[in-house]
Design a protein. Structure first.
Length: 587
C-alpha cells in the first residue's frame, strides 16, 4: 500500500502536533527575549500582556469547544432516529424501542467522551416520558430539568445557562404547533471541576489565581476556593468589561488583575497576582532565557520524534489495516509486539476481523437454511383443490375413453408433482422453472379451455441459464387462477411475458381478473415489505422473501395494476446478483 502523499502528510495528526508544539513554545521563547529588552519598570506590562494572551487563548479554546458542542447539539436535535422515536414511540414494538433507545444512549456517550468539558448530556423526551443521558442511560422523565430549560428557551437566555453551580447548553425541538411544549430538549451539562482545572493552566506564577464569571447570570468559578474576598472586591471596583489590566487594593496588598471578556460566551476570565511578585528582580533572566530557548528546541525535537515513533507510526498501521478491511481483506491481522495502548487496539482490531469473518459465515449459513426451510414450507402447500380437480379431469377423460389425452395428462401431472416435491437442489435454471410453470397452465387449460385464454411467451435464450430458487413462477400463476380467473363469468385472460433490461431481468404475470382497488394494492405492498409483522406467510410473501435473500434488496416482487384490468406481478432479478448466484451454484 502506498504511503501518504506530501499534501496528505501535511494534514496528519503528527504534523499538526509538531506545528502545535512550535506554535505553543516559540511565542514563549520570543516573548522571553522581548521581555529582556524592557526594564524592570515595564515588567508589569509585559507580564500582563503575556497573561492576556494566555487568557485569550483560553477563551478561544473554550469558545471553540462551546461552538462545537452547539453544532453537535443541533445535530442530535435533528437526528432522524431521535425525532422518529419521539413522535412514533407508542407505535413501536418493544425490540424496536430498545434498539433506538440504545442508539440514542450510545450517541450521547460518544458525544460526551469527545470533550473533557462535558459532565453529562441529557435528552428529556416528553412524548416518551423518559430521560436519556450519557451517564445513566434511560431514566424516568426529569420534569424539573425539562421545565427549567424549556423556560430558558422561551426567555431566550444567553448561550450558557446557569442552573445551580453549573453551566448548561440547551436546545429544544418543537413540534411546530403553536403553544405546544417541545417534543424533547437536549441539555449539555458542563463539568465545573474540569473548568476549574483548566483555569489553573493560565497561571504564570504559583501565587496567582484566576476565576471565570458571568455577571449576567451571577455564575462565578474560581481556581482557588479561598479567593471569594478578592472576587467581591474586584466586582465592586472594576469599571468595565473591556478594561484589560487594573490594580486592586485588598487590605493594603496590591493585586494586579488581568481580564479578558468573551462576547460569544458573555463571560469574563480574570487572573490576579500580588504586585510584589510581578516586580521581582529579573537579573538572571537573560541566561535563563537562552537555557529555556535551547531546552525548548530540544523538547520540540524530542517530543516530535517520540510522537512520530509512538503515535504516528502505530496510528498509520491502524489506518492501513482499516483500508485493507474496507477493501475486503479480512485475513491480514496487524502485528505489534509492544504492550501499550496501540497493542490493545491492534489486538481488538484483529479480534474484530475474526468476528467479522465468523459473522459473515454465520449470516450466509442462516440465509441458506432459511431458504431451504421456506422451500420446504412452499412444497408442503400443495393445493388440495388443484389435486381434486386433476382427478376430476382424469375421470372425465377416462369416461370419454380418450386414452391419448389421458396419457398426456398423467405425464404432465407426474412431471408437475415430481418438480415440486424433489429435494435435490434449491436453485434451478430459469428455463426449467418456466417449463414447470408452462406445464401447470397446460393442465389448467384442460379445465378452462373455453373460459380462460393463456398467452405464455417464449423465454429469451439469454435468460435460460439464470439460476433461480425453485417455485417462484407457478405459485403466482396458481394464485391468479384461484383468486381471479376461476371466478370470472366472462372470458379470462392470463399473460406471462419476459423482459430484459440493462441491470435486471423480469418475469411478468398479469390477468384481467376483478379490478383491484388502490387501498387493497397498497395493503398487499405493505405486507410484502414488512415480513416481520404479524401477517400470515402467503405464497407471494414467501417468494418475495426468498428472492431478496438470494439476490438482495434490489430484487423481489413488484405489484401493480395490469393493463388487462387485474393484478400485475413482476418478478425482478438483478443481473449481477444472478451471476453471483450462478457462480456459487457451479462452485
Amino acid at each position: 500500500m502506498r504511503t501518504f502523499s506530501a499534501i496528505r502528510f501535511r494534514k496528519t495528526i503528527f504534523t499538526r502536533l509538531v506545528v502545535t508544539y512550535v506554535l505553543v513554545i516559540l511565542p514563549i521563547i520570543l516573548l522571553g527575549f522581548y521581555l529582556y529588552q524592557w526594564s524592570y519598570e515595564n515588567a508589569s506590562q509585559d507580564i500582563s500582556r503575556a497573561t492576556n494572551m494566555q487568557l485569550s487563548h483560553y477563551f478561544d479554546e473554550l469558545e471553540r469547544e462551546v461552538e462545537w458542542m452547539g453544532l453537535q447539539q443541533f445535530d442530535i436535535l435533528e437526528d432522524e432516529i431521535l425525532n422518529k422515536l419521539a413522535v412514533t414511540w407508542s407505535s413501536m414494538d418493544p425490540p424496536e424501542q430498545r434498539e433506538r433507545l440504545n442508539y440514542v444512549a450510545q450517541r450521547l456517550t460518544s458525544f460526551k467522551n469527545s470533550s473533557a468539558y462535558i459532565k453529562d448530556i441529557y435528552v428529556h423526551i416528553r412524548t416518551m416520558n423518559k430521560t436519556v443521558s450519557a451517564s445513566n442511560a434511560v431514566t424516568a422523565f426529569d420534569s424539573e430539568r425539562f421545565s427549567r430549560f424549556d423556560a430558558a428557551s422561551i426567555r431566550r437566555e444567553h448561550r450558557l445557562i446557569r442552573w445551580g453551580d453549573t453551566l448548561h447548553l440547551s436546545a429544544a425541538k418543537f413540534s411546530g404547533r403553536r403553544g405546544e411544549l417541545p417534543l424533547f430538549i437536549v441539555q449539555i451539562e458542563l463539568d465545573p471541576e474540569r473548568l476549574r482545572s483548566s483555569l489553573q493552566q493560565v497561571h504564570l506564577y504559583p501565587e496567582s489565581g484566576s476565576f471565570l464569571m458571568s455577571e449576567r447570570s451571577g455564575f462565578v468559578l474560581s481556581s482557588d476556593p479561598d479567593s471569594a474576598t478578592i472576587i467581591q472586591s474586584y466586582l465592586s471596583e472594576r469599571k468595565s468589561y473591556r478594561e484589560l489590566t487594573a490594580l486592586l487594593d485588598m487590605d493594603g496588598v496590591l493585586y494586579q488583575v488581568d481580564q479578558v471578556y468573551s462576547e460569544p460566551l458573555e463571560m469574563t476570565i480574570a487572573t490576579y497576582l500580588p504586585e510584589e511578585t510581578v516586580r521581582l528582580p529579573l537579573s538572571k533572566f537573560y541566561n535563563w532565557a537562552w537555557i529555556f530557548a535551547i531546552a525548548s528546541l530540544m523538547a520540540i525535537i524530542l517530543i516530535s520524534y517520540s510522537t512520530y515513533k509512538f503515535i504516528h507510526k502505530p496510528l498509520f498501521l491502524l489506518v492501513q489495516g482499516f483500508k485493507r478491511m474496507e477493501g475486503g481483506a479480512l485475513n491480514i491481522p496487524i502485528k505489534h509486539e509492544q504492550q501499550d495502548e496501540f497493542g490493545y487496539l491492534y489486538h481488538r482490531f484483529n479480534h474484530m476481523l475474526k468476528k467479522l469473518q465468523s459473522l459473515i459465515d454465520q449470516d450466509f449459513k442462516q440465509k441458506m437454511m432459511m431458504q431451504r426451510a421456506e422451500l420446504k414450507q412452499l412444497q408442503s402447500q400443495i393445493n388440495p383443490h388443484f389435486l381434486y380437480n386433476s382427478f376430476f379431469i382424469l375421470n372425465s377423460l377416462a369416461k370419454t375413453g380418450d386414452v391419448e389425452r389421458i396419457e398426456e395428462f398423467t405425464d404432465m401431472l407426474g412431471e408437475y408433482f415430481r418438480f415440486i416435491t424433489r429435494n435435490g437442489e434449491d436453485h434451478v435454471p430459469l428455463a426449467e422453472e418456466v417449463r414447470h410453470s408452462r406445464m401447470y397452465t397446460e393442465i389448467q387449460k384442460l379445465r378452462f379451455s373455453r373460459r380462460i385464454t393463456v398467452q405464455f411467451d417464449e423465454l429469451p435464450e439469454s435468460m435460460h441459464r439464470i439460476r433461480v430458487p425453485r417455485l417462484i413462477i407457478q405459485p403466482i400463476i396458481e394464485n391468479a387462477y384461484e383468486h381471479s380467473l376461476e371466478k370470472m363469468l366472462d372470458e379470462g385472460r392470463l399473460r406471462v411475458t419476459f423482459e430484459e433490461a440493462a441491470d435486471a431481468v423480469c418475469v411478468i404475470i398479469e390477468n384481467n381478473g376483478e379490478p383491484i382497488s388502490e387501498e387493497a394494492l397498497e395493503d398487499l405492498r405493505y405486507r410484502l415489505h414488512h415480513p416481520s409483522e404479524s401477517y400470515e406467510m402467503t405464497g407471494i410473501m414467501n417468494i418475495h422473501r426468498r428472492l431478496i435473500l438470494t439476490y438482495g434488496e434490489a430484487s423481489g416482487l413488484q405489484l401493480s395494476r395490469s393493463e388487462l384490468g387485474g393484478l400485475k406481478v413482476v418478478i425482478r432479478i438483478g443481473w449481477e446478483e444472478a451471476r453471483d448466484v450462478s457462480s456459487v451454484d457451479r462452485g
